[in-house]
Design a protein around this ligand. Structure first.
Ligand code: PGA
Length: 272
């Protein structure tokens, strides 16, 4: 065996033992995908699978299929959530989903302020912050999405842009409530493109974001907040990305749609 192989073997061992201990949040964002039949096959394929006890798994399907999740995952450790909520309790809001409706179906998480909602449906930070408040008040964990576009990344304004999104998004909750929130960093130019930043770049930005949260809200609150990364995460890159400092989970779109890749990602993040 040559030295390069030995080095690679040692590295794989170290990576695997690291992944065996670190806890990750794995969130599958299905967006507007899957048919009823596909959802049922996916759930059948995962319901008895051994995902281990270390990581937390969450799937976020389209709303009409939540009843299948409630039914099939009743005794499972896999949690589920919604891709959006409306920040009012009830009323004449055609096409919207209330927090009570999400609770009725046993949802535990809500993705809020995803870049697709911000760009396609003009959701602003102010509106997103009301949704964050609504979720925290109702024991639904908000996954607050932030992310810069390519132009901001290139012109160097992205750090200011991201910290602003965090500050505004969290403006309606107290420091105490911060532990109930997940921050999901997703550079817009990587979502669904197959492109991902290098693990070093991911590390740099996530460390920066955590440092900012610590400065803003104090060490106790900031150091424990769940900070996930997303944008074309898949089995072939998740292991390397997981090694990045200050990445405590992943928001995964395309690669979470197939039960096989979803299981593969879970296995990798269990160090298997
Ligand atoms: P992707 O989507 O993994 O398909 O890039 C991620 C997301 O938008 O949450």
């Amino acid at each position: 065996m040559d030295k390069a192989n030995v080095k690679q073997m040692i590295r794989n061992e170290i990576v695997s033992s690291l992944l065996k201990t670190q806890k990750f949040l794995i969130v599958g964002n299905w967006k507007m995908n899957q048919t009823k039949h596909e959802v049922m096959s996916f759930l059948d394929a995962i319901v008895d699978y051994d995902f281990g006890n270390k990581n937390k798994l969450v799937i976020v399907p389209s709303n009409p299929y939540l009843y299948l999740f409630e039914d099939k995952l009743r005794y499972s450790k896999i949690l589920y959530g919604v891709q959006n909520v409306f920040p009012k309790n009830e009323g004449a809001f055609t096409g919207e989903l209330s927090i009570q409706m999400t609770k009725d179906f046993g949802c535990k998480y809500a993705i809020l302020g995803h870049s697709e909602r911000r760009t396609l449906f003009n959701e602003c930070d102010e509106f997103v912050s009301k949704k964050v408040r609504m979720c925290v008040q109702n024991q639904i964990i908000p996954i607050l999405c932030i992310g810069e576009n390519l132009e901001d990344r290139k012109n160097g304004n992205y750090k200011k842009f991201l910290t602003n999104q965090i500050k505004e998004g969290l403006s309606r909750i107290s420091g105490e409530e911060l532990k109930e929130v997940v921050i999901a960093y997703e550079p817009i130019w990587e979502i669904g493109t197959g492109e991902t930043e290098l693990p070093d770049q991911v590390e740099e930005i996530n460390m920066f974001l955590r440092k900012f949260i610590i400065k803003e809200y104090g060490n106790d609150k900031g150091k424990n907040i769940t900070l996930t990364y997303g944008g074309s995460v898949k089995p072939s890159n998740v292991g390397e990305l997981a090694l990045a400092q200050d990445v405590s989970g992943f928001l995964i779109g395309g690669a979470s749609l197939e039960s096989k890749t979803f299981k593969d990602i879970s296995d990798i993040l269990n160090g298997n």
